[in-house]
Design a binder for this molecule. Structure first.
Ligand code: FE
Length: 227
């Protein structure tokens, strides 16, 4: 099972959970969130895209809390296949392609488009107060076994294979780089693996993405027919 990070943003007495994960982490996360504040403080649940490690427990979250969900509009008709009941589906707001701002108790969280990184309908969240960018699958690392990246060059081996195979388009990476350079980012927090903390490390990561080729751009001109 791929390990996932669950991120919580708290502002005053309101909380948002970013990509709550699947059934196997539901109980544990539920307990941890209750230790931060009462469940009625969970105002929003954000689903960055449609993958099972993000939306599989969506029904549980919507049934046990009063939170509103946010999901990319292009995935709205698919989430019911994960068992989201008709009685709670209206609590999910579809996020249009251009993104949006979610008001968390006065903190304007920017829901920034990051389409095709890797999902066709995909968003990152920038918190302008903590200056943390939640980057979903972008920046994901596997088996690095550290919470915060200390040696960027050493860390590349834990990210490279995933990014080259799962990220479909170099153009989408470049679009993200151009947007990320406009933001004042102190930390990049992905959905899997280690965090990039401090401006120097954040810039190393942005530069690495800028230099990367991925997905279809690494493929030839045809698919080979298996013998
Ligand atoms: Fe994913």
């Amino acid at each position: 099972m791929v390990e996932t990070n669950q991120h919580i943003i708290v502002h005053g007495d309101q909380m948002v959970c970013l990509d709550p994960g699947g059934h196997k982490v539901f109980n544990k996360l539920f307990k941890q969130m209750s230790s931060i504040g009462p469940l009625r403080n969970i105002k929003y649940i954000f689903f960055s895209h449609q993958d099972p490690d993000i939306v599989a427990a969506a029904n549980g979250w919507l049934m046990t809390t009063d939170a509103k969900g946010f999901l990319p509009a292009v995935w709205m008709k698919f989430i019911t296949h994960f068992g989201v009941d008709t009685m709670v589906i209206d609590r999910i707001t579809p996020i249009k392609d251009e993104g949006m701002v979610i008001d968390l108790n006065g903190c304007p969280l920017k829901v920034i488009p990051a389409h095709f990184l890797h999902s066709p309908g995909n968003y990152h969240i920038y918190d302008p107060i903590s200056k943390i960018l939640y980057s979903g699958d972008l920046g994901a690392s596997v088996d690095a076994e550290i919470v915060v990246v200390e040696d960027f060059d050493h860390h590349i081996q834990f990210m490279e294979g995933f990014h080259k195979r799962y990220m479909p388009s170099t153009k989408a990476l470049k679009m993200w780089v151009n947007t990320a350079r406009e933001l004042d980012i102190e930390t990049i927090a992905p959905q899997h693996g280690s965090l990039f903390k401090g401006r120097e490390m954040v810039n190393r990561f942005i530069d690495w993405i800028d230099s990367l080729e991925c997905g279809v751009d690494l493929m030839g001109d045809r698919f080979l027919i298996p013998e």
